[in-house]
Design a binder for this molecule. Structure first.
Ligand SMILES: Cc1ncc(COP(=O)(O)O)c(CN[C@H](CF)CCC(=O)O)c1O
Length: 364
């Protein structure tokens, strides 16, 4: 039979309220015809930026005005735009294992990019201080891909580091912070920032769907001034009708209802998948059980290497990714165990036993 997927890269849209979305789209067309005939504000329509800034104030403790919000068609193009206006020989540091697509982007932008190891609290602050980068990329709410939730103590250390000298910024990538199961949702790093050092990055890819390409940044005031000077010519990249529809979708309460519903749905699937994995693999598996996000990390005792595992997964028609994808220096050790990133957005609850069976055949 067909492929099954334990990919971490998707959203489960089986429960997305498309009917409600289309109702909001009709309202958007009716109420914003003139805006639709024009190109929007370079940062996205003010009305939508106001709705986003109000929402993240409530849900994430982010303190910002609509003027500080920049909407764009994805995290990468937004990062490219804001960091592209920096003068040359910029040093950037990123978590390792970490988000390889941002690592690649920064290298393509001719930045000096340094992968920095994690300790149990997240990015290693001593290594950050030793490297002294201008931009530091972190995912404190739910480290990507290990899942570490950065404690307040490490957040304060990083903010103190950033405030100790001019020209230092922390990019807080808050990509799947909306999903926490039975654990506290720690407010954003940005909410603790007193020195305009944090660039907050959010996205609707996980809560709505990645195909909509609606993401945003919140810039500190002085970086915003530089941005507005630099990008007055800029034509906004997101689809304005989609943005106005999103505004009504949020304002009507449908968005919050959907995120709540998906938290419950994902928690149920996550529990079932972990139960099935433990039952099948017994002490051959070690699960990093962080109750957050749309994936978790699992270690499997095997002498098989990553290449062989990837080939066997293809043969078993099981889509799954390994830690190799996120090891930015490509020096992952193998021979005793392998580490896989296991996503549960793309698997139907009823297909979980079959997927686990296939994974068992991949590993053993
Ligand atoms: C760490 C991190 N920050 C942001 C996003 C959201 O980016 P955007 O949709 O452009 O807003 C993702 C989403 N992850 C990607 C799709 F799942 C790729 C994963 C992979 O490359 O392994 C992510 O992991």
């Amino acid at each position: 039979e067909g492929w099954l997927s334990l990919s971490h890269m998707t959203a489960d849209i089986s429960m997305f309220p498309f009917k409600e979305w289309m109702k909001c789209e009709k309202i958007a067309i009716k109420n914003h015809k003139n805006e639709l005939s024009d190109i929007s504000h370079p940062q996205g329509p003010y009305l939508v930026r106001k709705t986003i800034s109000r929402m993240i104030a409530l849900t994430r403790g982010v303190k910002c005005e609509p003027e500080q919000v920049i909407i764009g068609p994805g995290t990468q193009p937004l990062i490219r735009q804001v960091l592209g206006m920096q003068r040359e020989n910029i040093k950037a540091a990123i978590e390792n294992p970490g988000y390889s697509r941002i690592y690649q982007l920064l290298k393509d932008m001719n930045f000096e990019v340094f992968p920095i190891d994690l300790d149990k609290k997240g990015i290693d602050i001593k290594k950050v201080e030793a490297l002294n980068p201008h931009f530091l990329f972190i995912t404190p709410s739910h480290q990507f891909p290990t899942g570490i939730i950065m404690p307040i103590s490490r957040r304060i250390e990083l903010l103190n580091w950033a405030s100790a000298s001019e020209g230092r910024y922390i990019v807080e990538d808050d990509y799947d912070s909306e999903f926490k199961y039975g654990t506290d949702n720690i407010p954003s790093l940005q909410s603790l920032d007193r020195n305009q050092r944090v660039i907050y990055a959010g996205t609707f890819s996980k809560t709505i769907m990645p195909s909509f390409r609606i993401s945003y940044l919140v810039l500190p005031p002085d970086l915003l001034r530089e941005y507005k000077r630099h990008f007055s010519y800029w034509i906004q990249g997101s689809n304005t009708l989609n943005l106005f529809t999103l505004h009504y979708f949020i304002e009507s309460g449908e968005y919050a209802k959907h995120v709540k519903r998906m938290n419950n749905h994902y928690e149920m699937k996550r529990e079932n998948l972990i139960k099935e994995l433990k039952w099948k693999f017994r002490n051959g598996i070690k699960i990093k059980n962080v109750p957050a996000g749309l994936h978790f990390i699992a270690e499997f005792k095997t002498d098989k290497g990553y290449k062989e595992i990837e080939e066997r997964a293809k043969k078993e028609k099981l889509e799954i990714y390994s830690m190799k994808r996120f090891n930015l220096l490509g020096n992952i050790e193998e021979g005793k165990k392998i580490i896989l990133i296991i996503g549960f957005a793309n698997i139907k609850n009823e297909d979980i036993p079959v997927a686990v069976d296939r994974l068992y055949r991949v590993i053993y």
